[in-house]
Design a protein around this ligand. Sequence first.
Ligand code: SF4
Length: 173
Amino acid sequence: MTTTLMKEAKRWPGSEWIKNHPALLERSYAWTKRGVKVLYPFLKRISPVATERLMIWAEKTSKGYLFNCQMCGQCILHSTGMTCPMNCPKNLRNGPCGGVRANGNCEVIPEMKCVWVQAWERSRAMPIDGNDILDLQAPLNRQLQNSSAWINMFEGIDQQHPTGWIPLSELEK
Ligand code: SF4
């Protein structure tokens, strides 16, 4: 499997079928997260540099195949119906723009179904994290582009939001 990122609207063979079974994917995600979380501290102790390289390679390969991952470094797949929001040509992370076509396709790439139409439909088939799609996502930190989203999550780097940004969960307290 090549690690080259594919352009929006391109999909690897078989990956759409897998994404259309999001309940299975969300369970695999939970298991993988648990496994990597246990392994990560040991790997990091041996070699942080090699661990980072390994994680980036693993994410590019696996998420590249499955989700056409664009390596944003702040993965929110479980909040977006296991559909990568960075495949939206406008990189929208909080729902669709106003240009969704009547057939549910993208206004920028007419032959592609709107990422957010797919995200919503798939989220309805996710018993664990399906309702996370209703959460408001923080602004994207572009400085994390091409870094490992797994490492950023374990290190809490993906939770360092711009000054002034207060998550809804905090406001509701
Ligand atoms: S949200 Fe970011 S890290 Fe997750 S699949 Fe999409 S580009 Fe990759």
